[in-house]
Design a protein around this ligand. Structure first.
Ligand code: GTR
Length: 359
């Protein structure tokens, strides 16, 4: 009995010893695993950790641009995107899709309005269909110089127009330069108002632009920008109207050699965000986006001035026929725009007086 008791005792001790060893081993393994993980984490540099966080949290937005990669507005879009990423410390990235990759301007504007595209840079021309009061900042001959236009856009008047875009579901972020627009065609030089008669001109898809060409006695054809080159080439239209950089980079100067510097319009370019999309962005980040947009404006103006001079030199060199309008002819052009003003300026008389006072 004593023997049996001793045996049980030995067995019990051995079992206890064995279980103890096993427990010890388990503890050690767990601790080792923890330590290895800790070491591994510590070994990751701070930068790597940030990158991991960034990858998980960055929101990537799309910006639609009609012009090619090296056009002044595209360069400014890219600068805007860079500033947004910098200011939001990588929380927001914007990918710029240039050269109409996301569609023609009017369709893009529609998509921004219902939140399918996040940002775009467009001309105010087609925007007047979405926000008719913008006609005021694009009326023919409303500014007497680029400086005058910038005084207006940089004033409270410009800020109010940007803010007013919210009622049509856009967030107006900044103005960019679009220079002065003039007529070009493949038929004849335009030296006076009468020379426009009977000519068919493509216009941006907007009632204001249609009314303008009609008021001048010519025939307007609203059309997407991307269709203009082949339409002139195949004589569906005789010409169009635009600034030096667009006349150049669209290659319209190759098919419409007569360019008349009548400078009938100064239509600002505008950088827009989708209000629907921006509702998901924090207030703090939206403020940073607005700040970045405003900062990109000066950059765009510099790039614009460079490109305007470069395109003019290139086209003159190419031998296109460039006509300067006489002061008298310019007066005739301006006077012919009276019905356009009557229709599109109605109700905005006070703002127009304020715009004119800034000359
Ligand atoms: C350009 C403008 C474009 C586009 C184009 C057009 O001057 O930068 O955004 O509006 O004109 O005539 O369609």
């Amino acid at each position: 009995m004593k023997k049996i008791f001793s045996l049980v005792l030995v067995l019990a001790m051995m079992t206890a010893l064995f279980v103890g060893c096993a427990k010890e081993e388990t503890k050690t393994t767990t601790e080792t695993t923890k330590e290895t993980a800790k070491e591994a984490t510590e070994e990751m540099s701070e930068e790597t950790t940030e990158e991991v966080v960034e990858e998980v949290e960055a929101v990537v937005f799309r910006l639609a641009e009609t012009h090619p990669a090296d056009y002044p507005t595209t360069l400014a879009d890219i600068e805007f995107a860079r500033l947004v990423e910098e200011k939001t410390e990588g929380r927001i990235k914007i990918e710029v899709f240039h050269s109409k990759q996301l569609g023609e301007e009017k369709d893009v504007i529609e998509q921004v309005q219902f939140g399918a595209i996040d940002f775009t840079r467009v001309s105010v021309g087609p925007m007047t269909e979405f926000s008719p009061e913008l006609a005021v900042v694009s009326l023919p001959y409303i500014y007497n110089s680029a400086e005058h236009m910038w005084k207006v856009l940089d004033s409270k008047i410009g800020d109010d127009f940007l803010a007013g875009l919210e009622s049509s579901n856009f967030i107006g972020l900044a103005w960019y330069d679009g220079g002065a627009r003039s007529f070009y065609n493949s038929v004849r030089p335009i030296e006076k108002l009468e020379d426009l008669k009977g000519l068919k001109f493509r216009v941006m898809q907007s009632e204001l632009m249609v009314d303008m060409v009609e008021a001048l006695g010519a025939s307007p054809t609203p059309m997407a920008y991307g269709e203009v080159y082949s339409s002139i080439q195949t004589h569906v239209i005789d010409g169009a109207e635009n600034n030096w950089p667009s006349y150049d980079t669209s290659s319209h100067f190759e098919v419409a050699q007569y360019y008349t510097l009548d400078e009938h319009l100064r239509v600002p370019e505008v950088l827009l965000a989708s209000k629907i999309v921006m509702a998901k962005v924090s207030e703090e980040d939206l403020a940073l986006i607005k700040e970045a947009a405003k900062e990109s404006q000066e950059f765009q103006k510099e790039k614009w001035a460079e490109k305007e001079a470069e395109s003019e030199a290139k086209i003159r060199e190419a031998g296109n026929m460039i006509t300067e309008l006489s002061a008298e002819a310019k007066k005739e052009f301006a006077a012919a725009m009276a019905p356009v003003w009557e229709k599109h300026a109605e109700g905005y008389e006070d703002i127009i007086t304020a715009i004119q006072a800034l000359q």
